[in-house]
Design a protein around this ligand. Sequence first.
Ligand code: APR
Length: 173
Amino acid sequence: MKDRIQVIQGDITRQICDAIVNAANTSLLGGGGVDGAIHRAAGPDLLAECRTLYGCETGKAKITKGYRLPARYVIHTPGPIWHGGDRNESALLASCYRSCLELAEANGCQTVCFPSISTGVYHFPLNQAAGIAIETIAAFLASHAAPAQVTMVCFDSRTKAAYDQALAALTRP
Ligand code: APR
């Protein structure tokens, strides 16, 4: 399992993979953070396609083309906003990762890149989010042949350290 999950530090808009995941909001009409970066890099056609989707529920995912991005597809998923942990945030975050992987598999994606969903503007505690992400990805890959490779693309060293730690913990019995 470990060899199908990798953690890197970088900019998700520059990744050459079949699909990159966007940490969107429920409107799917763009925003700041990684959402803003993806829309800037993809160009205006991405927003035009997003307008035809009429939003997306938290924890669910919708797929569009990648336009000017090197990635073929963008999979948009609104993560949960952290309200202290008693509003089903953990289950909703796990659902984001699972929904995106299901869409990736259904669209024949072999390589998928994720940002650290909800740990920016949505304030989900980083170490907890990293554990949920890695465990959910590993569970999906254990029962699916595709995607072959999942990459966590961390924007800063603090985020990368959290996902490295979560991945290391995964390989312990
Ligand atoms: N590549 C990879 N990761 C990035 C990039 C990038 N180019 N830019 C930002 N990030 C990282 C952030 O550093 C953070 O670790 O993405 C992670 C998620 O942070 P946000 O983008 O703030 O996303 P989130 O916390 O899920 O909040 C979503 O923010 O931008 C709005 O429209 C978006 O309303 C939605 C909310």
